[in-house]
Design a protein around this ligand. Structure first.
Ligand SMILES: [Cu+2]
Length: 85
């Protein structure tokens, strides 16, 4: 799964814009959007994750790959991902 946190996805209009952007990259893309958590979770696609990120960015939003964020946060935090470092 490829997950992006999109902090500026704030309403149904944003969700529709992002949906269209993702489908432009891969028409068969399967994904779920959790507007409350501002997460876009892409289940299955042949598309390159960078292309998906660029598509969301191109629609005017600021996607952050959740893996990347977690990795960065882990590097900086003394406690994260349920573990003390
Ligand atoms: Cu919106």
């Amino acid at each position: 799964m490829i997950a992006f946190e999109v902090d500026d996805m704030t309403c149904g209009h944003c969700v529709r814009s992002i949906t269209e952007a993702l489908k432009a990259v891969d028409n068969r893309v399967q994904f779920t959007v959790d507007p409350a958590k501002r997460l876009v979770m892409i289940e299955s696609t042949d598309a390159n994750p960078n292309n998906l990120r660029d598509a969301i960015a191109g629609a005017g939003y600021t996607p952050v790959r959740v893996e990347d964020r977690t990795a960065n946060a882990c590097a900086q935090a003394t406690y994260c991902c349920g573990q003390q470092h």
